[in-house]
Design a protein around this ligand. Structure first.
Ligand code: T4K
Length: 871
């Protein structure tokens, strides 16, 4: 199909699909209301029981085969006929089973009159076998207009037949006639338009193909339909058909209202999430708005419905249905929670985490079933049983929201805070409108008065300034493209988050994390009041305090960057002589030593984690040694105990370059706690960033003033400059960025962890690839994902790097060359003296690692890496 034709058809399909949904739902609602006026609750209860069998039967008959027909790339008439005969055979078997079991079912429910209607209604299985294949062929061709006509004609005609039968006193049979007629007419109208008939042909091979696709859908369909039907089965057995009829009537209308409103918002939102998923901060912003918008729509609607349920039932369904009002009100509460459920679940799907989606479904089914069984079979109270849906609904808001704390950094608490205004508004409006029932007005009058008060109050509050500040409607309307969603600019390039994004954007070794834009704006807003932008202002003090807390240290000083922090602590410790360090690091480590007038001495590293080898340190000690400067490379913690023992033995200072180790802990002890001091980098490329920035944590608290003076030109008072210091103060904007980023650090690390785990899943065990496991007693920060390519792998590190680069993926050789091989050092040092470091530097490649790296891209990277092996 040509692209333009496909586009035109897609748009036309969406139109007809909407028409079908809206139009047929409206007619069906009217038919239901008229039937409810003519029939008794018992009849609807009996129908609900029978539909449990028919619906489960339909799931089995279809077995996901129809979906397989729609999605398969190549199907011909043989496929359609094969699937039809499979469905038909299943329908025959099931029909025989239900036919024979019907008396037992009727006896179980102590309702003899159920036998014949059940046997007749189950004929639907055969019609559905035919229908499902017809619908699949129409869907493949995107001809939704045909489905629309089938839907409209069948709902109107079957409704008329059902109503006529009910008016003639057919009772339960009227409902059977309506249900059966719907399927027969639907099938006939579709046939008239489509002219498809099965042929007498069957392909075992095609049957296998379609079944192997469909059985998973069959399993999940059975689970879902079984779960949904469980309460009907229990209510029908434990209570009476009449009560089942009341409960199902009470559920029908809130369900229709809730799903219609929710369905209008969610699909648009979630496709936006999928498009923006590379930019986590924006996804979060998008999801927040989705939750706020939809709750603000659905909560008041459900509140109003609950308040006016009684006069509505009286007016539309008649007095005999008044006992369904409490159920209706309870279901209003159940469906009011819908936006939280769907937004969170759709977000997981949009972010490609359908694995979590499935887990959540299983967890929810477990406690959902337990509640239904307990309240229905043990407590035997029908109100409690329906109440169980509220209880599991409330718990499910937490269960559904929980993973999104990690996945997009949007916690349950934040979600509750976001919807709190909507809840408060609805409760107050309900409290004002509900007492009006006491006025004793006729039903229509009561509805009118309650609607006016409810809506009037809602609008009045929305109009007042405090509410307007959080009015998501204006926020929503003002943003045709949600912030951060790629939108085509006039240049034809895509603009994301203020930067140009080419169609195939490269994946680099890392990507800075940013807080939601508005959060940062809010954080820096006070600076426009105070005009205090740097020189250790309020944000600086606030971040320092928060970091002390986070790192569990007594002393910390902030700096413009990690390098200055390192130079400064070397200076403050008043060292002289040689400093033993590693050549396997970033330039900064050795440069800091040299720039402070000290002499670097290189020791070798361990293959196991690339940190300094204590034995090699010991060998490098001379009478001039004053300190050891090890690096927690990639966040891998050094052997701190062995290093401390050596330092104690020789009276040396230990200063850790912990640039990579923010947030890492061993046995609950923070990386900041080792040695005399530890330097952290908060550069844009780090797990925690302040744009540029760094800090030093230190044991001796008397160093605090010295460090602060050094970073501020050596000034100790307004007119007192004691020594030749530099300028290395973190400014207020960077500190504000740190304050924001710190809030999201846990979810940042959790996301990195999932990237790490996917790499491990795909690459671990490959001969010749050395990866770094996280020891059980270590909480890691997943700062980097280094891979060492050994000879056994069959391709060199450089080959892999080039292969990745050819696909726009920027892996980096952290750290090659060794510092001792830099032009500025190679005349003085020889990398031959650190053979392990030299070998690792030749073989190491750090693969892309950042929180918003999509897992499918991790897979792509792994495919390329593993593809090199085969060359
Ligand atoms: N000690 C050690 C062990 C260190 O690794 C470092 C810094 C220091 C000390 C000194 O700390 P600071 O003084 O920097 O606070 C990068 C970083 O610039 C450097 O901070 C870091 N180590 C080093 C390991 O990596 P380059 O030269 O690789 O940076 P660059 O510009 O190539 O960026 C790497 C990738 O990061 C880019 O491909 C894309 C991404 N990126 C980069 C920037 C600048 C972003 O996503 N956003 C950005 O703003 O050194």
């Amino acid at each position: 199909m040509k692209a333009e034709t496909l586009k035109a058809r897609t748009i036309s399909s969406m139109f007809w699909k909407l028409m079908e949904r809206g139009g047929t739902s409206l007619v069906a609602l009217i038919v239901q209301i008229v039937l409810a006026r003519l029939l008794a609750p018992d009849d609807f209860g009996a129908l609900a029981i029978m539909l449990v069998f028919v619906n489960l039967g339909n799931v089995i008959v279809q077995s996901g085969l129809n979906t397989s027909l729609v999605q398969a790339s190549n199907v011909d008439r043989r496929d359609f006929s094969t699937v039809f005969w499979m469905c038909f055979a299943t329908a025959t078997v099931l029909y025989v089973v239900v036919f024979l079991a019907a008396p037992a079912v009727a006896a179980f429910y102590q309702y003899d009159a159920l036998v014949a209607p059940l046997r007749v209604l189950t004929i639907i299985l055969f019609i559905n076998a035919f229908n499902s294949v017809q619908v699949a062929s129409v869907q493949r061709e995107l001809q939704f207009r045909k489905i629309f006509w089938a839907g409209v004609v069948s709902v109107v005609a079957s409704g008329a037949l059902g109503i006529a039968s009910a008016a003639l006193g057919a009772g339960l049979w009227a409902l059977v006639v309506q249900q059966l007629a719907y399927q027969v007419i639907y099938s006939f109208v579709l046939f008239v338009q489509n002219r498809w008939l099965p042929q007498f042909t069957f392909s075992a091979e095609r049957a296998r193909v379609h079944f192997s696709f469909g059985w998973k859908l069959l399993a999940s369909g059975l689970l879902q339909t079984g779960y949904e039907s469980l309460s009907d089965l229990i209510i029908g057995k434990q209570f009476s058909q009449a009560q089942l009829g009341l409960v199902s009537q009470g559920k029908k209308y809130p369900a229709a209202l809730g799903t219609t409103l929710d369905g209008a918002i969610q699909p648009v939102m979630m496709s936006a999430v999928a498009r923006a998923k590379d930019d986590l901060a924006n996804v979060k912003g998008l999801v927040r708005r989705a939750i706020k918008t939809s709750t603000f729509l659905i909560l008041p609607a459900m509140g109003l419905f609950a308040v006016t349920a009684q006069p509505i039932v009286l007016l539309l369904l008649g007095e005999q249905w008044l006992p369904c009002v409490p159920f209706m009100q309870m279901y209003c509460v159940v469906y009011a929670m819908l936006p939280i459920h769907t937004t969170n679940l759709q977000t997981l799907n949009g972010m490609g985490r359908s694995d979590l989606f499935l887990k959540l479904e299983i967890i929810k089914k477990c406690y959902g079933i337990a509640f239904i069984l307990f309240f229905g079979l043990v407590l035997k109270d029908i109100y409690l049983m329906v109440g169980a849906y509220i209880l599991s609904g409330v718990i499910s808001t937490f269960v559904n929201a929980h993973p999104n704390k990690r996945v997009i950094g949007y916690s349950y608490g934040e979600q509750l805070r976001d919807i709190a205004p909507g809840i408060a508004l609805t409760i107050v409006s309900m409290a004002l409108a509900a007492p009006l029932a006491l006025l004793g007005l006729p039903a229509l009058g009561q509805i009118a008065v309650q609607v006016v008060v409810f809506v009037g109050h809602t609008r009045c509050l929305r109009g007042c300034s405090t509410w307007r500040n959080s009015n998501i409607w204006s926020e929503w309307r003002a943003r045709p493209f949600p912030h951060g969603v790629a939108a085509k600019s006039y240049t034809g390039r895509y603009v994301l988050h203020g930067r140009n994004l080419m169609a195939a954007d490269p994946i680099l070794v890392t990507r800075s994390s940013l807080p939601p834009f508005q959060e940062f704006v809010n954080e820096i807003a006070p600076l426009w009041e105070s005009h205090w932008l740097t020189n250790m202002g309020e944000k600086h003090a606030e971040l320092e305090a928060q970091l002390k807390d986070r790192l569990g240290v007594q002393n910390i000083a902030l700096f413009t960057n990690g390098h200055n922090a390192l130079e400064c602590i070397l200076e403050a410790l008043q060292l002289e002589g040689e400093v033993i360090t590693t050549p396997f690091s970033f330039a900064s480590t050795t440069h800091a030593i040299v720039r402070k007038g000290l002499t670097p001495v290189f020791a070798d590293i361990r293959r196991s984690d690339c940190t300094l080898d204590p034995a090699s340190i010991e060998r490098a000690i001379t009478p001039r040694t004053c300190a050891i400067l090890p690096v927690h490379v990639y966040g891998n913690l050094c052997d701190t105990q062995a290093i401390q023992d050596i330092a104690d033995k020789h009276g040396l200072k230990v200063i850790y370059d912990a640039a990579h180790a923010f947030g890492v802990e061993r046995d609950g002890v923070s990386a900041a706690a080792f040695g005399d001091a530890s330097m952290f980098s908060f550069h844009a490329t780090k797990v925690f960033n302040t744009i540029e920035g760094g800090a030093v944590c230190f044991r001796d608290s008397s160093l605090y003033d010295v460090l602060n003076q050094w970073k501020n030109f050596g000034i100790i008072g307004p007119e007192d400059v004691e020594y030749v210091g530099g300028n290395a103060k973190m400014n207020e904007f960077c500190a504000a960025m740190g304050i924001c980023n710190l809030r999201h650090l846990d979810s940042e690390i959790a996301l990195r962890k999932s990237v790490h785990e996917r790499y491990m899943e795909r690459l671990a065990g490959t001969p010749g690839l050395k990866l770094f496991d996280v020891p059980a007693n270590v909480t890691h920060n997943y700062a980097y994902f280094p891979v060492i390519f050994q000879d056994e792998f069959g391709a060199s590190r450089d080959t892999v790097k080039d292969a990745l680069a050819a696909e726009g993926i920027g892996a980096r050789k952290y750290f090659f060359p060794l510092i001792s091989d830099y032009a500025c050092y190679r005349d003085t040092y020889s990398s031959a003296e650190t053979p392990v470091a030299r070998d690792v530097a030749q073989r190491v490649l750090t693969l892309p690692m950042y929180a918003s790296l999509p897992l499918n891209q991790v897979d792509r990277i792994c495919d390329i890496v593993l593809g090199c092996q085969a060359r």
